[in-house]
Design a protein. Structure first.
Length: 227
């Protein structure tokens, strides 16, 4: 089916529903070049279609699942495709990711300007540690992070936002919290100390949005700060 539209397809969404840990390929086509594909949405929970593709015009990638085994597959994809990725979305909510894995993956795509991350609250620090690494996503001007519940401590995140704002690249930051999963008493509002620091960043020129999603708040914006 893909070979019949290889010169027409602009967006491809391919996801495995059941983990397949077999070492052999399950695809009949050994390789396929999609000359016009600009957007790919896929996951890594077993065997993947990525090793079977060449994507010379890829600009947007949405990836979910296990990030560690995806690094080498995308390194190979990049070496044979030579694309310049602009927008990257990662959903690692159900996976454990080490900071060095984030770094290895981010280093593949130095031209990314917009990054969106869905992450477990416990993994937020690992992601933030990766952003402290030098030469990591230096072109990024938009950062969107979604977490499952609020944290008491946003200090590390605020530090990396300040550092990236100071070097003049980061322009916009959005933090979304899933209120459905936050069952702790007293966690309705962000800590006052963190809110004050977010406001300071906004006063320094960074566009900041903090928001809650889910019931009992279908979409409640805690605050939106503009330059």
């Amino acid at each position: 089916m893909l070979s019949q539209c290889s010169d027409l397809l602009l967006h491809l969404a391919h996801k495995a529903l059941i983990p397949d840990y077999a070492t052999h390929s399950t695809f009949k086509n050994p390789h396929l070049t999609l000359n016009c594909l600009e957007s790919l949405e896929t996951n890594f929970i077993g065997s993947s279609i990525v090793p079977h593709l060449t994507l010379p015009r890829l600009q947007t990638l949405t990836l979910s699942g296990r990030l560690a085994p995806a690094v080498e597959s995308f390194r190979a994809l990049l070496s044979r495709s030579h694309f310049s990725l602009q927008t990257l979305s990662l959903d690692t909510e159900n996976a454990t990711v080490k900071p060095e894995t984030f770094v290895l993956f981010f280093e593949l795509f130095p031209a990314v300007t917009a990054l969106r991350l869905v992450v477990r609250t416990s993994a937020l620090r690992e992601f933030v540690m990766a952003l402290f690494s030098p030469n990591t996503l230096l072109a990024m001007h938009t950062l969107t992070v979604s977490i499952e519940r609020m944290r008491e401590d946003y200090d590390a995140l605020l530090d990396v936002l300040r550092a990236r704002r100071a070097n003049g690249t980061l322009k916009s930051f959005v933090l979304t919290v899933d209120a459905d999963r936050d069952v702790r008493a007293g966690s309705i509002a962000f800590p006052k100390t963190a809110m004050a620091q977010f406001r300071d960043l906004a006063q320094g020129g960074l566009q900041v949005r903090l928001q809650l999603v889910g019931n009992p708040w279908p979409r409640v914006f805690l605050d939106t700060f503009k330059e």
